[in-house]
Design a protein around this ligand. Structure first.
Ligand SMILES: Nc1ncnc2c1ncn2[C@@H]1O[C@H](COP(=O)(O)OP(=O)(O)OP(=O)(O)O)[C@@H](O)[C@H]1O
Ligand SMILES: [Mg+2]
Length: 240
C-alpha cells in the first residue's frame, strides 16, 4: 500500500510515513483549532512538494479570504490555480442561491448531489489527487432528518473513495464527542483530532490521531504550533 506525505512536519512521522493513498480523513476540532490551515497546508504542499494537484471546497470562508489568509504562510494559491494545479470551489454564496461571481468554480444552491458532480468533474479536469472539504456542518444538511444527514455524508465519503483521491474533510466537535453529527467518524477511514487545552494557565494547541486504517500510528497527544510557514507538530518534546 502506498503512503503519501501530508506536508505537515511531524505528522508523517506519527503515521509511519504518511496517510494511505486514496484514504479519507476527518479533521475534528472546535472553533479556531487550526482545521482550515491544516487542510490548506496538506493541499498546497501536495502541489508544491509532491506534484499532486488538489481541490479545496470552501463552504465557510470565501475563496478570496482563504487565498489572502494562506498567503500569510507564503502559500500562493492563485499561482497554482492559474496553472490548473489547484482549484477552489467556493460554496459560500450557495445558501443565497448565487454563484460567487469572481470565481471560476462555485456552487449555486447547497445540494449534495451537485457538489458531488462538481468534485467529480473538476478532479478529472485538473487531475486532482487531493481534496479538502471545509466543512461538513456548513453543507447545510437537513437536521430534521437523521436519515438524510447520514445518507448525504455517506454519499460524499463514498464518492471521495471511489474517485481515488486522498481527502481531508473537517467537522466540528460537540462536547467530548468526535463529530457534529455523530456519523462522520464512521464513514471516514481516518480521524485526526485538533484541540486547544489549558496547561498551567496557558493554552496549548494539541493534535492526535484517533484512527487511521492500515496504519500503526503513535498513540500520543502532541503539541503543535502555527508558525510563519505553517503548522508544525512537535514530536520530539521540543521546547516551543
Ligand atoms: N499567520 C498566523 N500565524 C499564527 N497563527 C495564526 C495565523 N493565522 C491564523 N492563526 C491562528 O489560527 C487560528 C485559526 O485557524 P483556522 O482558521 O485554521 O481554525 P479553524 O479550526 O478552521 O477555525 P474555524 O472554526 O473558524 O473554522 C486563529 O485563531 C489564529 O489563532
Ligand atoms: Mg475553519
Amino acid at each position: 500500500m502506498e503512503r503519501i506525505k501530508t506536508g505537515i512536519p511531524g505528522l508523517d512521522e506519527i503515521l509511519g510515513g504518511g496517510v494511505p493513498q486514496g484514504t479519507n480523513v476527518l479533521i475534528v476540532g472546535g472553533t479556531g483549532t487550526g482545521k482550515t490551515i491544516f487542510c490548506s497546508q496538506f493541499l498546497y504542499k501536495g502541489v508544491e512538494d509532491y506534484n499532486q494537484n488538489g481541490i479545496f471546497v470552501t463552504l465557510e470562508e470565501r475563496a478570496e479570504d482563504l487565498r489572502r489568509e494562506m498567503m500569510k504562510f507564503g502559500w500562493d494559491f492563485a499561482k497554482y490555480e492559474k496553472e490548473n494545479r489547484l482549484a477552489i470551489i467556493d460554496g459560500t454564496s450557495a445558501k443565497l442561491r448565487k454563484r460567487a461571481v469572481k470565481e471560476k468554480y462555485s456552487l449555486i444552491g447547497m445540494d449534495i448531489d451537485a457538489l458531488i458532480i462538481e468534485i467529480n468533474r473538476i478532479s478529472k479536469e485538473i487531475n486532482a489527487k487531493r481534496v479538502v472539504i471545509d466543512s461538513i456542518p456548513s453543507l447545510g444538511l437537513n437536521l430534521d432528518s437523521e436519515k438524510e444527514v447520514r445518507r448525504s455524508i455517506y454519499r460524499l465519503s463514498a464518492l471521495l473513495l471511489e474517485i481515488g483521491v486522498t481527502s481531508f474533510v473537517t467537522t466540528e466537535t460537540l462536547d467530548g464527542g468526535f463529530s457534529r453529527y455523530g456519523v462522520e467518524e464512521f464513514v471516514s477511514r481516518g480521524v485526526i483530532k485538533m484541540d486547544i487545552v489549558e496547561r498551567e494557565n496557558k493554552f496549548v494547541r494539541t493534535i492526535y490521531v484517533r484512527k487511521m486504517r492500515e496504519t500503526d500510528f503513535a498513540m500520543e497527544k502532541y503539541p503543535f504550533g502555527i508558525e510563519s510557514d505553517g503548522i508544525k507538530i512537535y514530536t520530539r518534546g521540543e521546547v516551543f
